[in-house]
Design a protein around this ligand. Structure first.
Ligand code: NAD
Length: 340
């Protein structure tokens, strides 16, 4: 889409204003690990921009809705991810979830109609995982040895933070998978009990576990990272030489077999109504966890369906993040049509 088609001057001016504000907030959040506004405020501005883009059919060439994450900090060695790291589409309520599910079902039906010779894609089945609120990590193992660990960065290139990540005791330095390269994705977090203990004696108390984890992992001094006693959960394999998985279950089992810490709270469902009920349970129990989550992630379990549905510029079509706080927005988002 090009600038100038259909949008009036006031709308374009507001879009530019929103883009500048969001970029400014992104810088504080992703680059400095010190946000200046709440996620709720940020999400409201972001949704307003998406709403205007849909309404006008105009997406500014440098719109923040086209990009993932933040800039690479100087001082860290850049790491080019073998598989891109994505952001997630989000659902703020059950209506959004059902709209996502309708798009998924339509894409599956379209794919099956267009590929009559192929084995049909199955009915969708779902996995629901917690959405950990920390810093995305991408670990690279070469012939079984941890050789790099990187932040998500802009999704294509991240910051190499191997020394910092090695301070996380639950991360294996060697794994049984010993032939070839594998990249494993997860989230570096700080447990809430650890944050509380840290703050009891700290000269400068840390305000929030997400920023405490992200700030420590992107600190140039790994000693400071070590003091924060971080933890990590792993949930995806971006790349693995010679290994293929048919389902999410198989992939998580491979992670466990290779000694990665997979959060035990993972559930599998065959209808979207069951998924809705599960999301309500997670919403109710979030306060009991010893780590921050900012929602839950619903993903399709079948890998062939994931491949067929693919990705937009920013996120996979086969997953959606269910965000906790239903926020009031005045913008009605039109459903997007997906060509598979
Ligand atoms: P996202 O919400 O699009 O989610 C993608 C991330 O989720 C992944 O990178 C991964 O690290 C994480 N994740 C955690 N558990 C996961 C799981 N089980 N499976 C898959 N992924 C999992 O992330 P984003 O694009 O970094 O962030 C957007 C959000 O960040 C915004 O909605 C906003 O709330 C917040 N934000 C806030 C500010 C601010 O100034 N307050 C600025 C920028 C972003």
């Amino acid at each position: 889409m090009e600038q100038g088609l259909g949008a009036d001057m006031a709308q374009q001016a507001r879009m530019r204003e929103l883009a500048a504000l969001i970029e400014q907030y992104n810088y504080h959040y992703y680059t400095l690990d010190a946000p200046t506004v709440s996620d709720k405020e940020y999400d409201a501005l972001y949704d307003e921009l998406i709403g205007l883009e849909k309404l006008t059919g105009v997406v500014l060439p440098d719109s923040p809705t086209l990009r993932v994450g933040g800039d690479i900090l100087k001082g860290f060695e850049p790491h080019r991810h073998r598989a891109r790291l994505w952001s997630l589409d989000k659902a703020q309520d059950n209506e959004d979830l059902l709209a996502w599910n309708a798009r998924v079902r339509k894409s599956i039906a379209d794919y099956n109609a267009k590929n009559p010779e192929a084995t049909p894609l199955p009915e969708p089945t779902y996995v629901v995982e917690l959405k950990f609120d920390g810093l995305t990590l991408n670990l690279t193992y070469d012939d079984g040895r941890l050789v790099q660990a990187a932040t998500r960065g802009n999704g294509v290139v991240g910051e190499g933070i191997l020394a910092q990540v090695k301070t996380i005791k639950s991360i294996p330095l060697t794994i049984p998978f010993s032939e070839g390269i594998i990249e494993v994705q997860g989230e570096g977090i700080m447990n809430l009990s650890v944050l509380e203990a840290y703050n009891r004696t700290a000269a400068e108390p840390l305000k929030n576990a997400r920023n405490a984890a992200a700030g420590a992992l992107r600190n140039q001094n790994p000693r400071i990272t070590a003091e924060r006693k971080l933890n990590a959960f792993f949930y995806n394999i971006g790349y693995a030489d010679g290994v293929q998985f048919d389902t999410h279950q198989e992939m998580l089992q491979f992670l466990r077999d290779n000694r990665f810490k997979v959060n035990p709270y993972v559930t599998y469902w065959s209808t979207i109504e069951e998924v809705e009920a599960e999301l309500a349970r997670i919403t109710a129990m979030r306060g009991e966890l010893d780590f921050l989550i900012d929602g839950a992630v619903v993903k399709l379990t079948d890998m062939r369906t994931r491949e067929a549905l693919g990705y937009t510029d920013k996120f996979p079509r086969w997953a959606v993040a269910f965000k906790f706080e239903a926020e009031e927005t005045t913008t009605v988002l039109e459903s997007v049509s997906w060509e598979v």
